[in-house]
Design a protein around this ligand. Sequence first.
Ligand code: SAH
Length: 497
Amino acid sequence: MFLTISTTGTPESPATDLGFLLHKHPDKAQAFSTSYGTAHVLYPEADVERCTAGLLLEVDPVALVRRGKGKGRGGAPDAALAQYVNDRPYAASSLLAVALSSVFSSAMRGVCASRPERAAQPLPLRVEVPVLPARGGPALVRRLFEPLGWTVSAEPVALDTAFPEWGDSRYVSLVLESATLTLAEALRHLYVLLPVLDDAKHYWVASDEVDKLLRAGQGWLPGHPEQKLITSRFLSRRWALTRQAMERLELVRLAEADDSAVEEIDNAVAAETEAEEKPTPLAVLRRDAIVAALDASGATRVLDLGCGQGQLVQALLKEPRFTEIVGLDVSMRALTIASRRLKLDRMGERQASRVRLLQGSLAYTDKRLKGYDAAVLSEVIEHLDLPRLPALEYAVFGAARPRTVLVTTPNVEYNVRWESLPAGHVRHGDHRFEWTREEFGGWARAVAERHGYDVEFVPVGPDDPEVGPPTQMAVFSLRPTGTRTTDTTTEKEAKAA
Ligand code: SAH
């Protein structure tokens, strides 16, 4: 892991001042022990015209593992740890960023007793990181550094130059140049953005990370076009922390770094953060989103199509405003479990009159489904083979035609965020397909168009700035006129499908 910082100079302001600014003398190589290994500072060149400081981190994999295990909350996840041990020693990364901040801590704060005026001035700077893990590739590298005044060169590193057909690795070779930044600013950019590009922080993120981020981001992070991505990646996608940081950044922007205001909002959100540490299961978020959308539609008579084991039916029964709730599923087994869950046999007459479970298939039109206010298809469409989908579309939007239809389905883009999901796998063995936001959007808009509905999309779960939310929901509303612009899915076609 290696990084160099170079500057140029003249006899009046010699390049070797870099040594003063970094608080590390150019004449001798120095070693510092850090929690993860040894950091060496050395100067490959040091004269009046040019001076280059190198930071080399020699990682001790054993210290890395021990430290990962020893930290509170059971430490970092093991799979992640295995990966650190594999590529950490070779790639510049979050470890290098940590070494940077411990070896050059005064420089990062812009403190330099012997050359205070130099510390406050922009310098001609060149930073090189020969092997930088960069998730998002050269394009993201540019989006992160260019707005800060850097000229960026980011070349993808080939997996193996002997085998060009293998393509590029996830590493880039990075060169940054600028003449408008102070050394402290440059170091703070690197401290934040190297781990953001690495996107696999080696230590368990704790809430003091928010403070570290805001301190290092002072003066440049508020208002950065990629502020949200930077914040969420730096905080390892811990949503409560990211929100807290975003709120504080917004405040910083508004109050122009009024510290007392920052502290105030900080205390307010800290309490909230505590309560939020344990994430709500996605299934619960989904049910809440569905109930909220039903509320907004004003529906009282509701179909739960593909109701499975009856969790949503149970939730709807708790809300008196839903006067009639029908669960339908093709699976007798699921319906039996649903009926046990709802204790249908022991239910009072009044309650029992509000709920019914039906066995039936959505691949056929069904008269029993006519005349309801709303229909929910929660995590159902992906269980049908794609060629059967037009039949379901006709049964629901063509024949039953409730005023509101809610359809939820996984967003396949989000799968990279599930730690336990191997690359390229779907979330459930019975899923016949999983769609991107664009694929789902395309299907839903076409359905709406064919059957005279309007459609809107609602994210369910944390809405990741890059890959979107884990669950996507389409809310269809029958147009007041109920006109169908084109009537391409006829009953005959649906049956043929
Ligand atoms: N809606 C529930 C269950 C989702 S699992 C929830 O959100 O948790 C998908 C359900 O769809 C299963 O219970 C399955 O039996 C049902 N299903 C699959 N194909 C169907 C079809 N053609 N007609 C009716 N139900 C179907």
